[in-house]
Design a protein around this ligand. Structure first.
Ligand code: F6R
Length: 613
C-alpha cells in the first residue's frame, strides 16, 4: 500500500521518480506527488488521481533538481485529494516527507503539537509525523538524521518513510518498520523504493532496510545505517536477481493478462530444481531442517488473506489427503486477534505473494512468540515474511504486478502440492506408485495449462453474454470448492460484479433461493471426485432456470447437454485439478472486467500489497 521512490545523485531526479512511481502504481493509485530539491528550495507537486495525472499537472512547472522523493497513495487517513496526497511538508515548509503505513498514535501527537502552535492542512497521519520531526529538530537542535530517529521512537505504528530537507541536496533520511524499503546503491548516487522494480534498470546492488532501521543516504558518502535505538549497523549489499522484462507488459495489454499467460512458465519455475529427474525425489531446501517438525506436528495452521487464503484451503485438502496431517486454515486477521491456542508442536505456515501483508505478518509473529515453528510460502524474495520465518519455500513466480493475483495463486498451489507430496513420502502415507503417478502428472501441468489458455477466444465470447449481469454464483466441490471461491473473488475485485463462491452442496441451504434466469452460475464439474453429485447440483440449477457456465473435463458429454456453455480442461488427477480449473475463471473475470470498461490492473479501492491492517 502506497509506493515510495527516491533519488539522490548527479542525474535529474524527476524522470527517475515518475518512472519509478509508475512501476509502483500497483501499490496505490488514488493520488501522487513529488518533492524535488534544487538550489531554489523544494518544488512540491501533487495531484489527485494516477501518476499520469500528476505528470500532466507538472507539465511546464519547475521540477529540476538532482534529489527527489515521490509517492503514489492508497488512502488510509483522509480522502484521496490533492491536499492529502504526499509528500507532506513541515510547518516551515523546509522538510518534506513521504510515508507508507499508519501512525496509530497520530491523534495524541497531533493534539500535543497543536497545543504548541502547529497548524495542519491535511487529514493525514503523515503530516503529523513531519511536524513532529520538525518540532524535535528545532527544539533539540539536532540534525535531521537524529530528529527522525527520536521522532520514530515516539511513534506507534507501521511505516516506511523518506524525508528530505530544503537546501540539503545531497542527502535524504529513510526508515522502516513494518513497511518495506530497499535502497539501490549506484556510483555516487542512491535510489530508494518500496520494492526493487524502480531500481533495477539503474543498479543491481541493493540494501534491504530492516525493521527498526534508519538510514542516512548521502550521495557523497557511504550509506550510514543505525537502529532507532541508536545501534550502528553495517549495510549488507545484496545482488538483485530481477530482470527488467519481468516487470514490463511485454506486448500484453494488461499485466493481469500477461501474468495469466505466464503461468505455464511460472509453474515450471516453481518446480525447477525441486524434482530430481531420475528418482523423482522432491527437494525443498528451505524447509528441510523442519521436515521432522512437520511430520510430527499435531497440526499445521495455515494463515493467509484473500487469494493466498484460497490457496491455503487447497493446501488443507492436499496435506490432509496425502500426508494425513490435520490442517486448519485461518484468516490471518481473525487469527491474530482471537486469542488462538498455539502450541510448540504446531507448525504455522503463512502464505503470501507479497510477503508484506500486515495481518499475515502479525499472525506469524504471534505464532513465533508462542513457540510454534513458523514457515512461509512467499513470492517476493527478501520480503518481511520470509525474514521472520524459521524456513520457507519461495514460489519463484516472478513479479506479479496486476493487483488481481493469478500466477501467484497457481504457484502457491504448486508449492503446497510439492510440500504435501514430500511430507507424504517421508511419512509413508502415500504409496510409491501413487507418489510417482502424481509427480509425473504434476510435471505435465505446464503443458496442460498451455492448452487451457487456448480456450481464451471461447471464454471471451462467453464473457460477452454475461458482461451486464449484476450477480454471479460459483460452485465447486472438493478440491474445486476453493477454486469457486477464488473465481468469485477474481470477478468481484476487477469487474465490480457481486459474486459468491459456494461448496456446491451448500446451495440447497440458502443460495438456491437466488437462482433465476438473471443469476448465472459457474460450476466446476470436472470428471473426478464428486462428479455424480455435482451433476445433481447442475440439475437443481437448471430446473430453476439458471444459466450455467461449466468447467468440464475434455470429452465430457453429460454436462454439455445441461450447461449453456462448457469450457473444457485436460484430464488430470483430482489433486491437481485446481491448477487447471482456475485458469478459465481468471480469463472469464479478465474479459468481463475489460468489457465493462474497468481498470483491470488497478481496480478501484484495492492495492497489491496490503501493509496496513
Ligand atoms: C486478490 C488478491 C488479494 C491478496 C491478499 C493477500 O486477487 O490479490 O486478495 O491475495 O491481499 O496478499 P498476499 O498474498 O500478498 O499476502
Amino acid at each position: 500500500m502506497c509506493g515510495i521512490v527516491g533519488y539522490v545523485g548527479g542525474k535529474e531526479a524527476y524522470p527517475i521518480i515518475i518512472k519509478g512511481l509508475k512501476r509502483l502504481e500497483y501499490r496505490g493509485y488514488d493520488s501522487a506527488g513529488v518533492s524535488i530539491g534544487n538550489t531554489k528550495g523544494i518544488a512540491l507537486l501533487k495531484q489527485k488521481g494516477k501518476v499520469s495525472d500528476l505528470e500532466a499537472y507538472t507539465e511546464g512547472r519547475e521540477k529540476s533538481g538532482s534529489i527527489g522523493i515521490g509517492h503514489t497513495r492508497w488512502a488510509t487517513h483522509g480522502v484521496p485529494n490533492q491536499v492529502n496526497a504526499h509528500p507532506h511538508l513541515s510547518g516551515d515548509g523546509k522538510l518534506s516527507l513521504i510515508h507508507n503505513g499508519i501512525i496509530e498514535n497520530y491523534d495524541s501527537i497531533k493534539k500535543a503539537l497543536q497545543s504548541k502552535g502547529h497548524i495542519f492542512n491535511s487529514d493525514t497521519d503523515t503530516e503529523v509525523l513531519i511536524h513532529l520531526i520538525e518540532n524535535i529538530k528545532n527544539h533539540e537542535q539536532v540534525n535531521l538524521f537524529e530528529s527522525v530517529r527520536i521522532a520514530l521512537s515516539e511513534v506507534i505504528g507501521a511505516y516506511a518513510i523518506v524525508v528530505m530537507e530544503e537546501g540539503v541536496n545531497n542527502e535524504f533520511i529513510a526508515a522502516r518498520k513494518g513497511s518495506p524499503l530497499v535502497i539501490g546503491v549506484g556510483r555516487d548516487e542512491y535510489y530508494i523504493a518500496s520494492d526493487a522494480s524502480p531500481i533495477i534498470e539503474y543498479t543491481n546492488e541493493v540494501v534491504y532496510l530492516e525493521d527498526g532501521e534508519i538510514a542516512r543516504v548521502n550521495c557523497e558518502e557511504v550509506l550510514e545505517i543505525k537502529t532507532i535505538t541508536n545501534k550502528i549497523i553495517t549495510p549488507y549489499i545484496q545482488e538483485l536477481k530481477l530482470s527488467l522484462d519481468t516487470i514490463e507488459k511485454g506486448g500484453f495489454s494488461h499485466f493481469m493478462l500477461k501474468e495469466i499467460y505466464e503461468q505455464p512458465k511460472s509453474i515450471l519455475d516453481t518446480m525447477r530444481g525441486r524434482i530430481d529427474t531420475e528418482s523423482k525425489e522432491i527437494k525443498l531446501g528451505g524447509i528441510s531442517d523442519y521436515e521432522q517438525k512437520i511430520i510430527n506436528a499435531d497440526r499445521i495452521i495455515i494463515v493467509a488473506c484473500g487469494t493466498s487464503w484460497h490457496a491455503g484451503l487447497i493446501g488443507e485438502y492436499l496435506l490432509e489427503d496425502l500426508a494425513r496431517i490435520p490442517v486448519e486454515v485461518e484468516y490471518a486477521s481473525e487469527f491474530r486477534y482471537r486469542n488462538p491456542i498455539i502450541r510448540e508442536t504446531d507448525v504455522v505456515l503463512a502464505i503470501s505473494q507479497s510477503g508484506e501483508t500486515a495481518d499475515t505478518l502479525a499472525a506469524l509473529a504471534l505464532a513465533k512468540q508462542k513457540g510454534a515453528t513458523v514457515l512461509g510460502i512467499c513470492n517476493v524474495v527478501g520480503s518481511s515474511i520470509p525474514r521472520l520465518t524459521d524456513g520457507g519455500i519461495y514460489t519463484h513466480a516472478g513479479p506479479e504486478i496486476g493487483v488481481a493475483s493469478t500466477k501467484a495463486f497457481t504457484t502457491q498451489v504448486v508449492v503446497l502440492t510439492l510440500m504435501s507430496l514430500r511430507i507424504a513420502k517421508q511419512k509413508g502415507t502415500l504409496s510409491n506408485t501413487n507418489y510417482h503417478q502424481l509427480i509425473t502428472q504434476l510435471e505435465l501441468i505446464p503443458e496442460k495449462v498451455e492448452r487451457v489458455l487456448q480456450t481464451n477466444d471461447q471464454i471471451e465470447k462467453i464473457a460477452k453474454q454475461f458482461k451486464d449481469v449484476s450477480n454471479f454464483l460459483y460452485l465447486g466441490r472438493g478440491y474445486n470448492f476453493p477454486v469457486a471461491l477464488e473465481g468469485a473473488l477474481k470477478l468481484k475485485e476487477i469487474s465490480y460484479i457481486h459474486a459468491e463462491g459456494y461448496p456446491a452442496a451448500e446451495m440447497k441451504h440458502g443460495p438456491i433461493a437466488l437462482i433465476d434466469a438473471d443469476m448465472p452460475i459457474v460450476v466446476i464439474a470436472t470428471k473426478k471426485g464428486n462428479y455424480e453429485k455435482i451433476l445433481s447440483n447442475i440439475q437443481e440449477v437448471k430446473s430453476r432456470g439458471g444459466r450455467l457456465i461449466a468447467i468440464v473435463t475434455e470429452g465430457d458429454k453429460t454436462v454439455k447437454e445441461l450447461a449453456d456453455y462448457c469450457i473444457e480442461i485436460p484430464n488430470c488427477f483430482e489433486e491437481l485439478t485446481p491448477l487447471l480449473s482456475n485458469i478459465p475463471l481468471q480469463l472469464l473475470s479478465y474479459h468481463i472486467a475489460l468489457m465493462r470498461g474497468c481498470n483491470v490492473d488497478q481496480p478501484r479501492n484495492l492495492a497489491k500489497s496490503v501493509t496496513v491492517e
